[in-house]
Design a protein around this ligand. Structure first.
Ligand SMILES: CC(C)(COP(=O)(O)OP(=O)(O)OC[C@H]1O[C@@H](n2cnc3c(N)ncnc32)[C@H](O)[C@@H]1OP(=O)(O)O)[C@@H](O)C(=O)NCCC(=O)NCCS
Length: 222
């Protein structure tokens, strides 16, 4: 399975909310963000805040990542029931290079994931790189502040490298919304989204633009 398919998280629409701007048809242009993000992630040292560490995924994380995907995560994401096994295989085979793994500080075992999905750049904005973030915490790690700290660290890493952020979640997912808002992301749109299992749910779009790309929110209505 393709990496992009795997890291499709809360939503399946693979485009930025700035509707009307189409991804480039040139594969080498489309791949610019992906190449850049892999470079940032691949060279980043493990990040630490409080009781939380974040680092790039390793193939040895496969089993631990599978264990983070319980029925709650499957349900919220609208994933197929075999998604945990798919992630295990993809991680083991190094096919998900832009997953970031959350651990307890300086521990090895993955307890949660922030999936960075580089979105294709457009011909009109070839230097505006955007990453969609998806997040889930395994059952043992929830409610301990790990995701909040991890997302803040990663958002700052992305913004510091001139990468803008996009995330989508449900209006009822208060914990996820709180995590995103604490990381400086702001609501820019609401829309109905279709999940991988075919269900349609209300969604909130959150964005944070790298300063050099800051635009008026009205530019990003779907
Ligand atoms: C959503 C999720 C990622 C949060 O991870 P977590 O590690 O438990 O989150 P944290 O412990 O960092 O806490 C989240 C924050 O939300 C707050 N929060 C939790 N429930 C809340 C609620 N009902 N209303 C408002 N805030 C709430 C917490 O107080 C905390 O805020 P703080 O850091 O200011 O204290 C995790 O619950 C999860 O994986 N859920 C299932 C999958 C999912 O929903 N993924 C997100 C899809 S977009």
């Amino acid at each position: 399975m393709a990496v992009l398919g795997l890291v499709t998280v809360c939503v399946v629409a693979a485009r930025r909310p700035s509707s009307g701007i189409r991804p480039s048809r040139d594969p080498s242009v489309r791949a610019l963000t992906s190449t850049f993000v892999r470079g940032v992630v691949g060279t980043a040292e493990p990040l630490r805040a409080g009781a939380t560490s974040v680092r790039a995924v390793r193939s040895s994380d496969a089993d631990a990542i599978e264990a983070t995907i319980d029925d709650v995560v499957i349900g919220v994401m609208g994933w197929p029931v075999d998604m945990a096994a798919r992630y295990r295989t993809a991680v083991r085979r190094r096919r998900a290079p832009t997953l970031m793994v959350i651990t307890e500080r300086d521990r090895e075992v993955a307890i949660g994931v922030v999936a960075l999905e580089p979105l294709p750049v457009t011909d009109s904005e070839p230097f505006h790189r955007t990453v969609r973030i998806g997040l889930w915490m395994g059952p043992q790690g929830r409610g301990k502040g790990h995701m909040g700290r991890a997302v803040r660290l990663l958002v700052e890493l992305m913004i510091g490298n001139d990468i803008s952020l996009l995330a989508e979640t449900a209006p009822t997912n208060h914990a996820a919304r709180h995590v995103l808002e604490r990381a400086g992301m702001v609501e820019t749109a609401r829309r109905v989204v279709r999940l991988p299992d075919g269900s349609e749910v209300d969604g909130i779009v959150y964005e944070r633009f790298a300063p050099r790309f800051a635009r008026r929110p009205t530019d990003h209505q779907p």
